[in-house]
Design a binder for this molecule. Structure first.
Ligand SMILES: [Zn+2]
Length: 246
């Protein structure tokens, strides 16, 4: 059923026995194409879990090379990868983790001019970037192409996640209507992006499986420093200059 080989049925056995997944759900996961923008602390984790879960096709993008200062949190890159492109470092690990997944690694900056070409055929966009400029570009593509967009952000011991569904929920710009600032270096403790990206991967799988209970209309904020989770209600801005046009 759904073209799953015996090998795949065995590999994914522990998720196929979950009633919300089953062989049918595993087939949906296999047919899905997910775009992960950024292969830093967030993308290391979301790409790993999505590849492990058997997403049929993963597009991963990062323009940078691995630097020694990345290694406290960007766990898909190892000491031997310092100086190599993050896109190829991640591609190599993901292929080795799960040869059933088709990986397309892109070493390119994501900009408004190329984003539609990159995400056009994807069913979910996972935000694993670290800057407003790229998030704004991803958001425009999400709204225009009606592709769900899972936002994640981290700072020191804390992080935030929410899921934007075009036409149903606010968009990124509704709640963060700021101009891009030139990047300042922020501190990040490794487990913070791990928590956020694991939640993003969970949301991506739920969207693909058609499950309810998504993190829509609410921003989940967690503080690792006092180990608390809080939800902030978020609403669509009727005058939003991005999503009010669509
Ligand atoms: Zn909006």
């Amino acid at each position: 059923m759904d073209g799953l080989s015996d090998n795949e049925l065995l590999r994914y056995a522990r998720q196929i026995i979950i009633p919300a997944v089953g062989e049918e759900g595993q087939g949906k996961i296999k047919r899905a194409k997910v775009f992960i923008a950024g292969l830093g602390g967030l993308g290391s984790i979301s790409s790993y879990y999505l590849a492990a879960a058997g997403i049929g096709s993963l597009k991963i993008a990062d323009r940078d090379n691995v630097d020694v200062t990345n290694l406290n949190r960007q766990v898909i890159h190892w000491t031997q990868d310092i100086g190599s492109p993050k896109a190829s470092s991640a591609e190599m690990k993901l292929r080795s983790l799960n040869p059933h997944v088709h990986i397309e690694a892109i070493q390119q900056e994501i900009r408004e001019e190329n984003i539609i070409d990159i995400v056009g055929d994807c069913s979910v966009i996972v935000d694993a970037t670290d800057n407003m400029e790229t998030r704004n570009a991803l958001n425009v593509a999400s709204v225009k192409m009606k592709i769900p967009f899972i936002y994640g952000g981290v700072n020191s011991f804390s992080g935030m996640v929410t899921t934007f569904i075009p036409g149903e929920t606010p968009c990124f710009h509704c709640i963060f209507p700021y101009e891009a600032k030139k990047g300042e270096t922020i501190g990040v403790i490794g487990p913070a992006p791990c928590v956020v990206a694991a939640l993003q991967a969970m949301e991506a799988l739920k969207i693909i499986l058609g499950m309810k209970g998504l993190l829509t209309g609410r921003l989940l904020y967690f503080s690792g420093a006092d180990m608390s989770f809080r939800e902030i209600r978020i609403e669509r801005n009727p005058d939003c200059k991005i999503c009010s046009k669509y």
